[in-house]
Design a protein around this ligand. Structure first.
Ligand SMILES: [Zn+2]
Length: 199
């Protein structure tokens, strides 16, 4: 395993913040409905401009500071107020925009197993990527570690409650796309979750 990758993500249950994630608070958040806890993990893919990796535009979008004039595509997303709890870039540190116990604005109109408005009860994780380009080994590694930490913090969560944006908004969204290897994620996650832990 790459030693540069943090292997000890922990969710602080009091703050909903993940240690070792870079904290970049987004204004695009609010309280979850009363009594509702995170029960679902939604995997997304995003890159801005589409297909370009490594820039700061996703961070800017989620903090309402994207300069719309810098790329023609941005006029299509102008004035969008969106966020996700977490962003996992191709390489580099995980960024947290919204505490996990708060509601991030990532899913839009959506439904999971007949339950509408997935933002209410989900944690949104954005992977930097596109539908067609394989996600990186680092991203899978970090994703597994983060999801495992989320499972530890929220007992309502389980391996059966992970979905893609494409699953909950099937006519509107395609991310994280066919490039995302669900079997790999499940295999690595199962291994991780079942491994003995020193905590
Ligand atoms: Zn999405």
């Amino acid at each position: 395993m790459n030693l540069e990758i943090c292997t000890n993500y922990i969710v602080n249950p009091d703050t909903g913040l993940i240690n070792s994630a870079v904290q970049v608070p987004s204004p695009n958040q609010d309280a979850r409905p009363q009594g509702v806890k995170p029960e679902l993990i939604l995997i997304h893919g995003i890159s801005l401009p589409p297909g370009e990796f490594g820039g700061a535009a996703v961070k800017s979008l989620f903090t309402n500071s994207l300069d719309w004039t810098t790329h023609p595509y941005y006029t299509q997303i102008k004035d969008l107020l969106v966020s996700a709890h977490l962003f996992i870039p191709r390489q580099g540190q995980v960024v947290q925009f919204v505490p996990l116990d708060r509601r991030a604005w990532h899913a839009g109109k959506s439904s999971f197993q007949g339950r509408e408005s997935c933002n209410d009860f989900s944690i949104g994780i954005e992977l930097e990527g596109t539908d067609e380009v394989p996600y990186t080994d680092e991203q899978y590694t970090r994703l597994i570690l983060i999801v495992d930490a989320i499972f530890d913090a929220y007992p309502e969560m389980s391996i059966r409650k992970i979905a893609g944006h494409c699953d909950v908004s099937p006519r509107r969204k395609t991310d994280p796309g066919p490039a995302f290897d669900w079997l790999r994620m499940y295999d690595e996650l199962k291994t991780r979750v079942e491994a003995p832990k020193n905590k």
